[in-house]
Design a protein around this ligand. Structure first.
Ligand SMILES: [Zn+2]
Length: 188
């Protein structure tokens, strides 16, 4: 933005952008949140233009995410970088809609608690990510480069297949709840 623009209120002074922490309260928690505004060196007016309003909205959203215990925007972006997936691929894998990750990563919106849980799970356990890739039928997007032994050229079988864990992951504990056939631990 230009700092040389004339004040829209008095038409004479020059405005400059400022940032100051202000105490904000959300859900019973009070803390400092950066607030952006412009002030005029002639009439002394402080005001927020479109740019400041957007920054303020995002700063407040970041504060609300902290209070709600949701992953901050930078951590969502870092997770996506670690997984080497685009925002569109992330939306396809995790849900939320086509522009969800753009919004999470700029603090335009907060991810739901369920989305946050899913992201934390995948952050903590890369096997969960590959499980999700298989469930969404997105293997081709990821080229199967994660040192998974290519034991079978068949496409993924649905969970009713009798072979147990997919050959596409390490054989981690993938036991199903023993609701059907507790004596064998297998359902079919
Ligand atoms: Zn002014």
């Amino acid at each position: 933005m230009s700092t040389q623009e004339l004040c829209p209120l008095c038409g004479e002074g020059q405005v400059t952008q400022h940032r100051e922490d202000a105490e904000q309260t959300y859900a019973g928690h009070t803390g400092p949140v950066p607030m952006y505004f412009r002030s005029c060196n002639h009439c002394g007016s402080d005001f927020a233009g479109a740019e400041e309003s957007l920054l303020n909205k995002r700063a407040m959203m970041a504060f609300r995410k902290r209070v709600d215990g949701l992953l901050p925007a930078a951590r969502v972006a870092a997770l996506r970088g670690k997984l080497r997936i685009t925002q569109a691929q992330a939306a396809k894998l995790f849900g939320g809609g086509p522009v969800a990750f753009s919004k999470y990563e700029t603090d335009d919106v907060a991810q739901s608690s369920a989305m946050d849980t899913l992201l934390r799970l995948v952050e903590a356990n890369e096997n969960a990510f590959w499980t999700l890739v298989d469930q969404k039928g997105m293997q081709a997007d990821f080229g199967r480069t994660q040192a998974q032994p290519a034991q079978s050229s068949q496409p993924m079988q649905p969970l009713t297949a009798s072979e147990g864990p997919s050959p596409l992951y390490e054989p981690v504990e993938l036991k199903r709840p023993p609701q059907d056939n507790p004596q064998t631990g297998q359902t079919r």
